[in-house]
Design a protein around this ligand. Structure first.
Ligand SMILES: Cc1ncc(COP(=O)(O)O)c(C=O)c1O
Length: 401
């Protein structure tokens, strides 16, 4: 494979060459069809090759592709007008960039500048990206160890434990960074009271609250932003993945007060807010709204979950727990997830893992009921095959990567 020959081997590769997509389906070179439950690791929110997004990109590409942030641009203005109507309460200023890690880097810098403080509190099980600042706030030892020392002013507190967070957040803390639903960590939903508790504590201590919605935001949970499930607004929200229908894009949205502490030159990104990505982002957001995709996600998320619960009742030796919100779902397994993922290809399913034993579902939100039924049917067969062959090994508890 040419990719194996020339690319630095930084990715776990699967035996599939994807050449085309349509909604929740992708196709290989031979035209074989697969249901995509990984959605490009949560990117294909509005579906692969969404026609609304594709034509917006094509139109913009004919007009203007690049325009640096130091000039004004009509498409960027249109996106800002639209986005500003939909941001969580209190967030009115944005910085545009190209990825989740880049959005989190910006958030950490903004928090330091706005508070004049250095320390950051993050949580066990977190994933915020692999650039230095974002990696410093990421929990997994596997990702951190080879690159230490990282930023040493980041402290970790147990996810979901508000009393421990209260002890960790003091007047030296610039920001608390948290995923409302931990994605890479294995789809752990913040328990009720956790995010609102963090909101109260950070306010009292003069620290900023950063919600990393890179994986959970943009409709994934059935609300446009995951924090809206708990009616809590952060000081900074970071978003990326599917926000521009698959074109690289990310942003950090913040308050007027934080924005007022920042000056030209404090931060920038050459490609951030380029017209091509903005055109795709307008089309993606309009698609979600015009087609009532949020309501669909709530309903189909419940349906998908019920099918996973059915699988759990049918295969109690394989599934330990089903969890998640909207179409951000997981089945924690009692067996290694790798066996299931590899069998998935034979059954024309593209499955996604989180850690060693968690099967994660980040399908495009446009997935149909018929496709969800097909997923359940094929998983049923896969689990039956594994039961006959016998699982290779049982894993107790949540195994992190
Ligand atoms: C919650 C969260 N934050 C940040 C990132 C990093 O995003 P990117 O890979 O675009 O840098 C991810 C990626 O999976 C993520 O899930």
């Amino acid at each position: 494979m040419i990719e194996d020959e020339f690319l630095i081997p930084l990715y776990q590769k699967f035996p599939l060459k994807i050449v085309r997509g349509n909604g929740a389906l992708v196709y290989d070179e031979k035209g074989e069809e697969y249901i995509d439950l990984a959605g490009g690791y949560g990117v294909a929110i509005v579906g692969h090759a969404n026609p609304v997004v594709s034509s917006a990109i094509a139109e913009q590409a004919k007009k203007l592709i690049t325009c640096h942030g130091s000039f004004y641009n009509d498409t960027r203005e249109r996106y800002l007008e639209l986005l500003s109507k939909h941001l969580p309460e209190g967030l009115s200023k944005v910085f545009f960039c190209n990825s989740g890690a880049e959005a989190n880097e910006a958030a950490i810098k903004f928090a330091r500048k706005a508070t004049g403080r250095q320390n950051i509190v993050a949580f066990t099980g977190s994933f915020h990206g692999k650039t230095f600042g974002a990696l410093s706030a990421t929990w997994s030892q596997k990702y951190r160890k080879p690159f230490e020392p990282l930023i040493e002013t980041v402290k970790f507190s147990p996810f979901g434990n508000i009393e421990k967070a209260r002890e960790a957040i003091d007047e030296t803390v610039a920001a608390v960074i948290v995923e409302p639903i931990q994605g890479e960590g294995g789809i752990h939903v913040a328990p009720d009271g956790f995010l609102s508790g963090l909101r109260d504590i950070t306010k009292a201590k003069g620290a900023l609250l950063i919600f990393d919605e890179v994986q959970s935001g943009f409709g994934r949970t059935g609300k446009l932003w995951a924090c809206q499930n708990w009616n809590v607004s952060p000081d900074i929200m970071t978003v990326a993945k599917g926000v521009a229908g698959g074109v690289p894009f990310g942003f950090a949205a913040t308050t007027a007060a934080v924005s007022a502490t920042l000056r030209p030159g404090d931060h920038s990104s050459t490609f951030g807010g380029n017209p091509l990505a903005c055109a795709a982002a307008i089309a993606s957001l309009e698609f979600l709204i015009d087609n009532m995709i949020l309501q669909k996600t709530v309903e189909d998320g419940e349906y998908f979950r019920s099918r996973l619960e059915w699988l759990k009742s049918k295969h109690p030796s394989i599934i330990r727990e089903v969890r998640g919100k909207g179409l951000m779902l997981a089945a924690e397994l009692k067996i290694p997830v790798k066996d299931v993922i590899m069998k998935g290809f034979e059954h024309k399913l593209i499955l996604l893992y989180a850690g060693l034993n968690i099967l994660r579902f980040l399908s495009p939100l446009v997935i149909t009921r018929g496709q969800i039924d097909a997923v359940a049917k094929e998983l049923d067969k896969i689990f039956a095959e594994i039961e006959i062959q016998g699982p290779k090994k049982t894993i107790e508890g949540v195994a992190m990567e």
